[in-house]
Ligand binder design. Structure first.
Ligand SMILES: [Zn+2]
Length: 373
């Protein structure tokens, strides 16, 4: 194990409750950053995109001409230029479209401010109880649903078109490795259950997902009946987006909790990767959703294993994990049939739960692979 520090960046999102005066200033700041972004985008469109440094100089000049640009905090305006710079660099990379003007009508409008430490040691952004100190705004109330750990880098203040306010706090946090443990586990990702472990645990998909899947199907049907572009069409589309977002959040929360538990409890985790899983052809909605969850799950497991000092063994070559008897190694080809949930080994007589047997084989294969490497 290396002693190298692992630093991660993390974001915390909270609802913000500014008072009347603070709301006015936030709205102004949002407006000013939008103005700056659009102003320099339009300049870049007329001529060609210059550089962040060049526009930064021009911004100083612009602030002399337009006094109202001095009202919001200066980082907000600089960050608008940085965002524009990023948008252009993305465009130049060929992977993104040409940057677009920011519109007041967007569902969300925001500005970003940076933290800095003054020579005196005081800072422009601080958190105390359920209040956050922000440049120009002073102390603003927020609903602190969890503790903010790590060093604050910047804060994004967002205003929605329904007049709700939010903050995203970006932090840098040092990760401490978990103490070593002896336990090892194999995981079989499934359709019926989300995962089956070699410990014999069947981890069900979050129940609510089923409910949301039905709701999504219903809203999709409703959308198809409406005239495209009509008010009702937009309303339904918005509803649909909200359900999708809710479902994605629930799924992600589930993946985080389950992966953290596995990483905490086990020194080695063996899992079959998606390519293998895809050999089981099936193209319904449940499958496509599982696909997304599986790849996300493996992605999360991968970085958490690295962070916390665990071994993740990804098995990406096909081996007959369900067909092999974990007790004696006999291969029962009949188990290819997905309908067979339990089977008795004709060689050793052991009775298997299909998926638990598979996850035990996955663990054994993982251990073999670890030894060979
Ligand atoms: Zn057997």
């Amino acid at each position: 194990m290396t002693g190298k520090k692992i630093i991660r960046e993390k974001g915390y999102k909270f609802r913000l409750y500014p008072n009347k005066k603070q709301k006015i200033l936030i709205n102004k700041s949002v407006g000013c950053t939008r103005y700056v972004y659009n102003h320099f985008l339009s300049k870049a469109k007329e001529d060609k995109y210059k550089t962040y440094t060049e526009y930064s100089k021009q911004l100083t000049q612009l602030k002399r001409e337009l006094m109202w640009l001095k009202e919001p905090d200066k980082f907000a305006l600089q960050n608008a230029l940085k965002d524009l710079d990023k948008a252009f660099n993305n465009f130049f990379s060929g992977k993104y479209d040409f940057p677009q003007f920011k519109s007041k009508k967007n569902i969300k409008n925001s500005y970003r401010t940076n933290k800095f430490v003054r020579k005196s040691g005081t800072t422009n952004i601080e958190i105390k109880d359920n209040k956050i100190k922000l440049p120009k705004l002073g102390w603003v109330k927020f609903s602190k649903s969890q503790k903010v750990k790590g060093k604050i880098l910047n804060v994004t203040v967002t205003k929605t078109n329904t007049d709700k306010y939010f903050i995203s706090i970006a932090v840098k946090e040092e990760i401490k490795k978990f103490p070593e443990v002896d336990k090892k586990i194999g995981i079989d990702l499934g359709l019926k259950e989300f995962a089956i472990t070699s410990d014999g645990e069947k981890k069900a998909n979050p129940r609510v997902l089923n409910k949301y899947e039905k709701k999504i199907a219903r809203l999709n049907r409703s959308l198809a009946r409406k005239e495209k572009g009509s008010n009702n069409w937009y309303k339904t589309k918005k509803k649909l987006a909200k359900v999708h977002e809710k479902m994605a959040n629930i799924r992600l929360d589930f993946l985080h909790k389950f992966s953290t538990k596995l990483i905490e409890e086990n020194q080695l985790i063996a899992v079959e990767t998606l390519e293998v899983k895809n050999m089981l052809k099936n193209s319904n909605l449940a499958k496509s959703i599982s696909d997304v969850s599986w790849s996300k799950f493996i992605e999360i497991l991968t970085y958490k294993a690295k962070w916390y000092g665990r071994d993740l063994i990804k098995i990406d070559t096909f081996f007959a994990s369900s067909q092999l008897c974990n007790n004696c190694g006999y291969k029962n080809e009949e188990v290819k049939d997905l309908k067979i949930r339990n089977w008795k080994c004709s060689e050793c007589g052991k009775v298997h739960d299909r998926d638990i047997n598979a996850s035990k084989n996955i663990l054994d294969e993982g251990l073999k692979m670890q030894k060979a490497s």
